[in-house]
Structure formats: C-alpha cells, structure tokens
Ligand binder design. Structure first.
Ligand code: FES
Length: 217
C-alpha cells in the first residue's frame, strides 16, 4: 500500500483534478475542431457554383436533345405507319386496257386483204378471204417476237429467227412450232367488227372451226 500511494503521488505532482485537464489540440489530430479562420478558408470559391451551373446546363441541353430526338423518331414512325395504313386501305390498281375493241365495218376489209391498221394499238391483223374475216394475234409462236406482213411475198415473216407464216397463219418455215393464234371476232349490235383478244383459238387444238374463230361474210 505504501508503494501505490507513492505511484499516485508521482502521476499528479501538481495536484490538478482530472476534469481540469483539457485535451491538447494538435494539427496532426484529424478530429480536431476547426477554428473560424479554418472555416473561412474552407468555403468554396465563388467560381465553383458557376462551373456547376455550366455542367448542369450542359446536362440539361443534352437531355433536351435526346428528348427531342426521341419525339422526332416517334413521330417519324407514326407518320410512316399512317402512310402504310393508307396505302393498305387504298391499294394501287393497275387499269389494263380492255381486250375488246371495235374494228370498223366488214366493208372496210376487201377480199384478199391483210390489214395492219390495228397492229400497233391492238396487236391484231385482220384478214379477209373467201370464207370470211378472221383476226390473227401478232405474236410469233417461237419466242414471241412480232412478225411483219410482207405483201409482196404474201406471208408473215418473223425478224427474230426467220419463221414464216401463210396468210391464214400457218407456220411453214423457221423454228416456229405451231400456227399463229386467232382471236375472237363477232359482229357488234351496230354492225361493226367486235374483236375480243381474251379469247383465242388454236389451230393445233382444232379450234379454228369454232364459232368466233372466223366471221362468215
Ligand atoms: Fe419468231 Fe423466233 S421469235 S422465229
């Protein structure tokens, strides 16, 4: 006991109480209390908020840009969708010319004649012989070229590979494998020749003798 008393006497040589001892504040202590001067110097510089504002404005402008781009893309998609729907509701229709036409009166075609009047507009020759009037379609039965009527040679001649056809349309030279096709010919109510190119008569099928293949006159 005498030794402990001696140690206690060594720790408090000045006789101060423990509560009177204040913690020593040093620069090395991180939890030290800041003085007013330190707080003053720690304030942000006046330039710092301006930079923040600039960054904020930049971010907002980017955000606006992407927002606008998004709306533009949306409305573009909407417009293309509406246009597609309208096209679907109103599809394009190709109006092909009628295959039926009037070719004038029988008296316009003298006996033994081959008329080339309708070749360009209707792709048809109109021929008259002793039996009547018939219409030949101007398409070569080889590969589809348009033959020419050679009056001097009394035949149709294909310029592509040399096929030849008689006035009746029968193939007799060249590579054409079959006669020309005839199309329907009748008389309209007004007495004109009525040609219907949608109905054809093929000689190899025995159709040239059918009504409509030739118009007796
Ligand atoms: Fe007429 Fe070949 S297309 S002969």
């Amino acid at each position: 006991m005498s030794e402990e008393k001696a140690q206690g006497a060594e720790q408090k040589p000045t006789g101060e109480k423990a509560s009177d001892i204040k913690p020593e504040v040093t620069a090395k202590n991180p939890s030290e209390k800041k003085t007013a001067a330190d707080v003053k110097t720690a304030r942000p510089s006046p330039k710092q908020p301006v930079a923040d504002n600039e960054q904020g404005n930049l971010w907002m402008s980017r955000r606006n840009f992407f927002s606008r781009a998004g709306w533009i893309a949306f409305f573009s998609f909407l417009a293309s969708f509406l246009i597609g729907s309208l096209r679907f509701m109103f599809p394009r229709v190709l109006f092909e010319p009628s295959p039926v036409f009037k070719a004038g009166y029988p008296g316009d075609y003298p006996l033994g004649s081959v008329s080339t009047k309708w070749v360009k507009s209707q792709r048809v020759w109109i021929v008259r012989n002793e039996e009547g009037i018939y219409a030949l379609f101007t398409q070569c039965t080889h590969l589809g070229c348009t033959p020419r009527w050679l009056d001097a040679e009394n035949k149709f001649k294909c310029p592509c590979h040399g096929s030849g056809f008689t006035k009746e349309g029968v193939n007799f030279e060249g590579p054409a494998p079959r006669p020309l096709e005839r199309v329907k010919i009748t008389l309209a109510e007004d007495g004109q020749l009525l040609i219907d190119k949608s109905i054809k008569f093929l000689e190899e099928k025995g159709e040239w003798g059918k009504p409509g293949a030739i118009l007796p006159v």
